[in-house]
Design a binder for this molecule. Structure first.
Ligand SMILES: Nc1ncnc2c1ncn2[C@@H]1O[C@H](COP(=O)(O)OP(=O)(O)O)[C@@H](O)[C@H]1O
Ligand SMILES: [Mg+2]
Length: 387
């Protein structure tokens, strides 16, 4: 971060320079002797992220350069240090776009705190949160394990440090929340749909069942009557909001390809149809893939998951790949007792059976989805890591 400090006093400049440099070695601090009249040239020549100007704070006419700079460099932040500002000056300075006014001479702590606050703001402007990924799970046939995999993958992604939201779009009889939580939810998707005009991130968060602090589930409507209230445009509103606030948005959709399900599948970055290794599942997988092709979904968008996989089975993944014309199938092993225990208790399998092969397969799956972050560099990168 580059900071310019302007002050009529050479001593004061040196002191502030020291305060700012000792705080972060990678800050570039430029010291300029003068007052508000220097602001414009410093802004134009140095292009700092932040300017600290020391002045009297009495003469409103002094504020011209401030107005010019905030207008022409809207991202540049200006802080004033004033020994005796008048209320009138303060109001005008605020109008002209000053970020903060601190008393002069400024203390080390006050200066450092103000700069830290502004650095954080700058971080938000410079690095808007990347959009989250929407992952859709759909059963090729009822009982494939789509809901079990979706809910538990969510838990394991959250355990890996990601912010995860699961939305249960099984409008009729959806019960995903009960796979990872043992209580009935107070609010659900129908409540959110009904209040869509006041939907924002805090309303959404308040409508979730929080399985862990960074894993929330939006439950399916309570009954088919409520389900009718959920319409495709609600899916858009909800997912557009969700991707701005969560790293992963997992949607568990019903097998009936109605307008709501299709809208959720359209918006998904990735679709995971779940099947098992018997012919009826393979047949339905084939039909589902045909539907996806007719909808124009790219083949990279779809990855079949083979659940309850057993090596001793009659069919092999290679057979399925050949039949369906796909490759690189991911398998999740069969583990009846552990999965039934997890589902019956409403406790994620990773919590109940840490070393179970299903837990491990889901961990692998989660790792494959988490982008390997490139080492953040520079002051902004270090700041991001600290925050
Ligand atoms: N890998 C697995 N091993 C053993 N049983 C499983 C596995 N995955 C799912 N199941 C069982 O299959 C049942 C159906 O799963 P569910 O997720 O409800 O299917 P779907 O959502 O596809 O209809 C669950 O009750 C669970 O006990
Ligand atoms: Mg299901």
């Amino acid at each position: 971060m580059k900071i310019a400090v302007i002050s009529p006093s050479a001593r004061s400049l040196e002191t502030m320079g020291n305060y700012l440099r000792e705080d972060a070695a990678d800050r570039v601090v430029v010291l300029v002797e003068g007052g508000m009249s220097k602001l414009r040239s410093v802004a134009e020549q140095q292009r700092p992220h932040l300017v600290v100007v020391e002045g009297m704070g009495r003469d409103v006419d002094e504020l011209g350069p401030l107005e010019y700079v905030t207008l022409h460099y809207p991202r540049m932040m200006v802080v004033m240090l004033c020994s005796q500002h008048t209320p009138e000056f303060l109001i005008n300075a605020m109008r002209a776009g000053i970020k903060e006014v601190l008393p002069a001479p400024v203390t080390r702590d006050a200066l450092r705190a103000a700069v830290a606050r502004l650095e954080l703001k700058l971080r938000m402007v410079a690095q808007p949160r990347p959009q989250g990924e929407v992952l859709a799970f759909i059963a090729c046939k009822g009982g494939s394990g789509a809901t079990f995999l979706a809910t538990n993958l969510g838990y394991q992604l959250a355990a890996a440090g990601k912010k995860v939201l699961l939305i249960d779009f099984n409008l009729q009889f959806g019960d995903a929340v009960l796979y990872v939580h043992d209580r009935k939810p107070a609010t659900n998707l129908a409540d959110v749909a009904r209040n869509v005009q006041r939907l924002d991130s805090s309303f959404l968060a308040a409508s979730l069942v929080h399985v862990t602090p960074n894993y929330g589930v939006l439950a399916a409507p309570e009954d088919p009557g409520q389900a009718m209230e959920v319409r495709p445009e609600h899916v858009d509103a909800l997912l557009n909001l969700a991707v701005a606030h969560y790293d992963f948005v997992i949607v568990d959709v019903g097998r009936i390809l109605d307008a709501v399900t299709l809208r959720a599948l359209d918006k998904a970055n990735h679709i995971f149809p779940v099947l098992q290794m018997t012919l009826p599942f393979v047949r339905d997988a084939n039909r589902l893939l045909a539907v996806f092709r007719s909808l124009g979904y790219a083949s990279e968008k779809i990855s079949l998951l083979i659940n309850r996989f057993e090596k001793s089975g009659e069919l092999t993944p290679a057979d399925v790949e050949r039949t369906l014309g796909v490759s690189g199938l991911r398998t999740i092993p069969n583990s009846y007792a552990a999965v039934a225990g997890s589902v019956n208790h409403g406790t994620p399998i990773a919590q109940m059976a840490k070393n179970n092969p299903v837990t491990k397969a889901l961990d692998d799956f989660a790792q494959s989805l988490v982008p390997h972050e490139e080492a953040a560099s520079g002051w902004l990168g270090r700041l991001l890591k600290r925050a």
